[in-house]
Design a protein around this ligand. Structure first.
Ligand SMILES: [Fe+2]
Length: 339
């Protein structure tokens, strides 16, 4: 092979990889425009009179979306679930294409019940830029308000935004008013970060969530469910029962995703008393189309940085006149992270 042939081979490969990256950007643009499927919009089915309320909670899902969404439907049906609640970190990063991956996966594998979501830090912040003004709007477009209250059968379910540092401050008055409007009603609270670091020695309090713990202490819920931490915990602090639902399907490092994930099943009796709180292991079922979407969106994301920025450039020049070029959007880097 002479020098010209080597040069032609390198240029051809460069163009091919560039077209792949630009194809990823086209798919990302398509996913970013997806509407939420019915499960995120439909009203939850209340329990029949005299029957218990069965709630299921899913912890951090993020990168596990390709293998943990397909088996949800049968698992929820077996639990006779009325409502699935995500305790946040539902998507990998807070930008519309990542939301699109999840929406498409849920559309293909309809879980069969209504789904409600509270935001986690990954839902509100894009990669390398901890700015909730970027991830907040797609969250609200897909899943509705970041804090919500839902009366379902014997219980009131309250979802709060504790995704970032001091987010709870904005909702303290709303929580007081919501609880005051439902006196005597047993309630369950769900928020992404718990008020204590149950995964650290001594389990210290989280400073910005002291006000939340004070409110829970004043009117103890049946249960507070959270995610965020990577270790399961079931603790009672000052009369408040905290469950950290840690194994919601997310994959860490080079985990190939063969191990089961967990759904937390919570039963509330018709009299409003807490019944069983059970960790149910669910076997993963891979979804090839979601893996492909994850790969393509990752290319779209990497196109902002070296070396993919250089690899994708020539293909971009070719696609521009055809109207097939997706402009690169970069966010200012802001590193402060919620503690
Ligand atoms: Fe988190």
């Amino acid at each position: 092979m002479d020098a010209w042939q080597v040069a032609a081979l390198v240029l051809g490969l460069w163009l091919l990889l560039g077209l792949l990256a630009q194809g990823g950007a086209l798919r990302a643009r398509h996913l970013a425009a997806r509407a939420p499927p019915a499960c995120f919009v439909r009203a939850p089915r209340p329990p029949a009179p005299g029957e218990p309320l069965n709630l299921c909670f899913l912890g951090d899902l993020q990168r596990g979306v390709a293998s943990a969404v397909r088996p949800l439907g049968p698992a929820l049906a077996a639990a006779r679930c009325h409502l699935l609640v995500s305790s946040g970190d539902f998507v990998s990063h807070g930008e519309p294409p990542y939301y699109g991956i999840l929406l498409a996966a849920f559309e293909r594998a309809d879980p069969g019940v209504a789904v409600r979501v509270v935001p986690g830090n990954h839902d509100l912040y894009p990669r390398r830029s901890k700015d909730e003004r970027i991830g907040g709007p797609p969250f609200e477009r897909c899943f509705g308000p970041r804090r919500w209250a839902l009366r379902l059968g014997p219980a009131l379910l309250v979802g709060l935004d504790t995704a970032g540092n001091r987010h709870f401050e904005r909702q303290a008055d709303w929580l007081d008013q919501t609880l005051a409007a439902h006196p005597e009603v047993p309630w369950i609270c769900v928020s992404h970060r718990p008020p204590f670091r149950f995964d650290e020695p001594g389990e210290p309090p989280v400073p910005d969530l002291a006000a939340l713990h004070a409110r829970l202490r004043a009117r103890p819920p049946l249960l507070h469910v959270s995610g965020h931490l990577h270790r399961f915990a079931d603790r009672t602090v000052d009369g408040v029962r905290y469950v950290v639902n840690a194994h919601g399907g997310d994959l860490h490092g080079y985990d190939p995703g063969w191990r089961a994930f967990e759904v937390l099943e919570v039963e509330v009796g018709p009299d409003g008393r807490l019944g069983g709180v059970c960790r149910r292991a669910v076997r993963r079922r891979p979804d090839g189309r979601t893996y492909l979407d994850q790969f393509l969106v990752r290319l779209w994301d990497e196109r902002r940085r070296w070396p993919w920025r250089a690899i994708a450039a020539p293909a971009g020049w070719l696609l521009r006149p055809l109207g097939l070029y997706v402009p690169v959007v970069r966010h200012p880097e802001q590193r402060p992270y919620p503690s």
